[in-house]
Design a protein around this ligand. Sequence first.
Ligand code: HSE
Length: 427
Amino acid sequence: MKKIGVALLGLGTVGGGTYRILRKNHELFRKNEGLDINVLHVIERNMKRVEELGVDPAIVSENIDDVVNNPDISIVCEFFGGIEPAKTFLIRSLEAGKSIVTANKELFSKHWPELEAAAKRGKAGLYFEASCVGGVPVIRTICEGMQANTVLSIKGIVNGTTNYILSAMSKEGTSYADALKKAQELGYAEANPSADVDGFDATYKLSILSTLAYHKKVPVERIYREGISGVSTKDIAIGGSLGYTLKLLAISKNRNGKIEARVHPAFIKNEHPLASVSGSFNAVHMVGDSVGDIMMYGRGAGDLPTGSAIVSDIVYCAKQTKHAYLPFKNDGSSRDCDFITDFESKYYIRLTAVDKCGTLGKISTVFGKNRVGITTVLQKDTVGENGTTDIIFVTHDTFESAVRKALKEISSLEGVKSVDAVIRVED
Ligand code: HSE
């Protein structure tokens, strides 16, 4: 029986879930995998948490040297999140020949080349399935199930907190603030809510998934990002009446080798498979040139789902005789990665305008002049203060630059009070 010594750096939500799974399924790993996996050290300062999880205090310390210098530990699992001290601790572990398993998407998306260099120096492995889409094995699928394909696109709901918030706002009419509070109580949210609601967490995940799928570095800073804090229940309801569901989508497309990558709220048709992904659930839809459409669905956050991905990596890592590294340059210096910044999409636009003969005509003229085609116009018959009303447009596929230019002109038209919402519509 192969003995595997593991260290856990942190016993927070995912660290605790991992510890529970390793304890609960210890016999299963012996029987099914031929692996005797034991936690030999834990880095944690919260002794209340240590007691709560039933961890032997004798294996707990705050000193990373206790991990790096322990020859019986071959796998180090990190749960601190953020850049430091995680980066220093993991690089030290890798250089000492210990493989790492982590859910740290921010660290991986920003410092992957340095981690990989340290792994090569220590002949150790890097495993990060848990960094994207929690318990859903999407990284393994991209790396080991899509080799026969040029991946053409990835579209995902990759953040459980925002999906929970948008689902609660649209289905129960819950306020944004109440839904965020509940998501935090349920352990989905990052320590800083901005990472979730402003879309940063989703850009980290999209960067990792796109880099693996397209075999070229897709840096976080090249990904267009918009969060959900400006979304209103009014637009969710109007979109609903037009047959759309609002989601925070992470989208990347491979257009003949040019990459387009963006994270923003988007309306999708109610019939789209991603529309039914509710609450904290995540899903990733991919298109490959051989396989066509595939979709993976499951829990993207939480202690046991993310712990499931961590433990799967521990088992996978323990079975490798030689660790593999990326077969392409992953530092963003590669000239073969061109980016598209002027996206093409359909747009939902809501304006407040004076309900007066000729207003709609003037607005339509500006759209037409800028080659923005309209598929739907909706005017609510409720006339508000000062005789104003909501006018909603849905456009044909059009370039973002054209929409922005048209809206700049429209907002200065006489009779147009404000442009209140611009939301992309994805087919
Ligand atoms: N805060 C993240 C989410 C956790 O809500 O999806 C998993 O990365």
